[in-house]
Design a binder for this molecule. Structure first.
Ligand code: NAP
Length: 249
């Protein structure tokens, strides 16, 4: 593969068989240098190694997305690298079904920090760099991962839905402010379970009960993200919703 001339950063990368990791592979396959962000060194190092083995270019960017200093330091590394940043995806998120009266204030705040506040910190760090580099790259996108909770608060998901709903509203504000400055701000709602390590390691039976193509494949989700990134600016999509063909909604 020829030397990468522009870069991408994916915030919130975990297991190899996960959406964050797949987004990194896709960006690398398109010839971008990929900054692989996560909070667990072994996991992001494994993704970087896989990309390099496949002939791509990547570096690990260890940072907790809820830590302002760490996020800003990560962006400084990206700027120092010198390759214009053409794509940033905020994918960090966790989930934990819990009856509302069992949700502690700490859990509620922690969930919001990862799902929403980290998206704010990442966007505040990424956008000035993209504006500075706007003439150096043909396209610039800032995309966010949403979930069913972005649209509706189901029983047992109060903290998760509060975070994802707030993230969605923030992203709409960013789109209305930054699209006109040439940055495509988009939100991808994943309305269903992802067939990745995260769910399979904890709820394998649940995934199997969904049957063939009853859970979203990480490869198919990644295609939707890159379709957004590659859209012509005369026809940008702000939000996409993705769900398995048999999911009720
Ligand atoms: N899984 C689903 O069924 C599902 C359904 C709908 C929407 N989504 C959304 O899709 C996205 C991806 O979810 P996924 O379950 O497939 O996971 P994933 O993309 O495989 O991994 C996401 C990673 O984000 C990392 N992360 C969490 N908190 C972080 C922090 N503070 N700083 C840096 N990194 C952090 C975690 O790393 P560690 O592993 O090191 O903690 C986690 O593994 C999330 O936004 C999620 O809400 C997931």
């Amino acid at each position: 593969m020829s030397k990468a001339e522009t870069s991408a950063v994916i915030f919130g990368v975990g297991p190899r068989q996960g959406l964050g990791a797949e987004l990194c592979h896709r960006a690398a396959a398109r010839g971008l240098h990929v900054f692989v962000n996560g909070r667990t060194a072994e996991k992001i190092d494994a993704v970087v190694a896989d990309i390099e083995t496949a002939g791509g270019s990547a570096s690990a960017l260890l940072a907790d997305v809820t830590d302002e200093k760490a996020v800003n330091a990560a962006l400084e590394k990206i700027e120092k690298d010198g390759r214009p940043l053409e794509l940033a995806i905020y994918n960090a998120g966790n989930n934990r079904p819990e009856k509302f009266l069992d949700v502690t204030a700490e859990v509620f705040e922690d969930m919001w920090k990862v799902i929403c506040f980290g998206g704010f910190l990442a966007a505040q760090a990424v956008l000035p760099l993209m504006l500075k580099q706007s003439s150096s790259t043909p396209r610039q996108s800032l995309l966010f991962t949403g979930a069913s909770g972005s649209l509706r608060g189901k029983a047992g998901f109060s903290a998760f839905a509060a975070g994802k709903g707030a993230l969605r509203m923030m992203v709409q504000s960013l789109a209305r402010e930054f699209n006109a400055q040439g940055i495509h701000v988009g939100h991808v709602i994943i309305d269903g379970a992802i067939n990745g390590d995260k769910v399979r390691s904890r709820y394998a039976e649940y995934l199997d009960s969904k049957g063939e193509d009853g859970a979203l494949e990480i490869d198919a989700i990644a295609s939707a993200f890159f379709m957004l990134h590659e859209q012509h600016r005369s026809a940008w999509t702000q939000e996409l919703d993705l769900r398995p063909f048999k999911e009720e909604f």
